[in-house]
Write a protein that binds this ligand. Sequence first.
Ligand code: MG
Length: 161
Amino acid sequence: MQLRIGNGYDIHRLVPGRPLILGGQRLEHPAGLGLDGHSDADVLVHAVMDALLGALSLGDIGLYFPPDDARWQGADSLELLEQVVALVMERGWSVVNLDTVVVAERPKLKPHIAAMRAAIASHMGLDPGQVGVKATTNEQLGAEGREEGISCHAVALLQKP
Ligand code: MG
């Protein structure tokens, strides 16, 4: 059996007048902020996609879904994730597990973690037990701590028989 590991990272700005979508869930930010971006700006799903692509040295999501391409404007990132999973599977690989950390001061993500894991798992054909989603604040330090943005780190392990 062959194994490959990949990591992904993404950050999007928090701005007024945009929805806050994380792991396919629409959340309410206490200050009414949402994530800016060309697609739905789901930073968690973007980091997962980059981890999957990275594991197979297939580049990054900017290559497949360029931000200057009108097709991806307002795109549902979970649908883009399905396309990335298809790239992985058509090469004969499957996902062993994913793990992620979302860095956000607010809102509290804990009540939404189970729904995020379930959504990501269902769009990848996985069991939620294969999808780790964790959340941390940045202790009010740096861009995430000042609520200028929300970032996410992800790792993915792939196997091929
Ligand atoms: Mg992104």
